[in-house]
Ligand binder design. Structure first.
Ligand SMILES: CC(C)(COP(=O)(O)OP(=O)(O)OC[C@H]1O[C@@H](n2cnc3c(N)ncnc32)[C@H](O)[C@@H]1OP(=O)(O)O)[C@@H](O)C(=O)NCCC(=O)NCCS
Length: 224
């Protein structure tokens, strides 16, 4: 772990999942996955993301508590394939939830009248994906706990991601942001990102990374 602004930044582990889910619930208030969906779905997403070889999750902690995080996608093709599987799993969880609700409803009705119901399971298929090496990384997700905002935590996490991108030998780091998300756009611009294209309601920001610019002590724990 590396101390930044009195915080410790390091790679996330499965123990951090409850904290990550909480920061997401506070930060993405319009999202079904993060705000309105069952917590089990969000936990499963994080478990898969933390275990992924296509991304690194960096967390900023104070007294062991997750205050902020950033997901750095290092292999965008593999990540996209994994996202499809995660969405499939989310649908399965939703179906199981509906099946459970239906079974409960039928049981209540059975008590009153007397009827029968059953529910089924599906096994998830696993796929092998061919992964190409890309010359860029992506910021997949970044958020800071509401009470910890405005203290430079997001900027510190972005710096870790920029350093990692250079360390991995990639040339640039990119991200998508909603055009109306002014705090996030300010953050990216202040961290040296430039809006390189606009598509619909989204802007794509890019920062070129030069490994020669990286200071020799920039490595942080957990990097490999
Ligand atoms: C966007 C977000 C990650 C910023 O986190 P943060 O830790 O408060 O940001 P920092 O303290 O590191 O600030 C970095 C820069 O952004 C600016 N900034 C941050 N929040 C701002 C706000 N609400 N209004 C204006 N500028 C803001 C800061 O002034 C600072 O600029 P400076 O270095 O020139 O002084 C945080 O507000 C958040 O979690 N938002 C909800 C989730 C989200 O929108 N994520 C981005 C999705 S793409």
């Amino acid at each position: 772990m590396k101390a930044c602004s009195k915080m410790a930044i390091g790679k996330a582990s499965q123990h951090d999942i409850p904290g990550l889910v909480e920061v997401c619930r506070q930060s993405f208030s319009h999202s079904i996955r993060w705000r309105w969906g069952p917590k089990a779905m969000a936990r499963r997403w994080w478990s898969s993301a933390i275990g992924s070889d296509a991304a690194e999750t960096w967390v900023s902690k104070e007294d062991g508590r997750v205050s902020a995080f950033c997901v750095l996608i290092t292999d965008e093709e593999c990540w996209a394939a994994e996202e499809k599987q995660r969405e499939y799993q989310a649908i399965l969880i939703g179906l199981r939830f509906l099946a459970f609700a239906r079974a409960r409803w039928c049981a209540i009705r059975r008590e009153a009248a007397g009827s029968e119901t059953s529910s089924g399971n599906k096994a998830a298929e696993s796929h092998n994906h061919r992964c190409k090496r890309h010359k860029r990384t992506w910021i997949g997700l970044i958020a800071v706990a509401r009470q910890m905002r405005g203290r430079g935590l997001a900027k510190d996490l972005l710096k870790v991601c920029v350093d990692r991108t250079a360390e991995l030998g990639h040339e640039a780091i990119k991200l998508r942001v909603d055009r109306e998300n002014r705090p996030a756009r300010r953050l990216y611009e202040s961290a040296g990102f430039v809006c390189t294209s606009e598509k619909g309601s989204q802007c794509i920001y890019t920062r070129v990374c030069d490994s020669r610019e990286r200071p020799p002590d920039a490595a942080v724990s957990g990097s490999n």
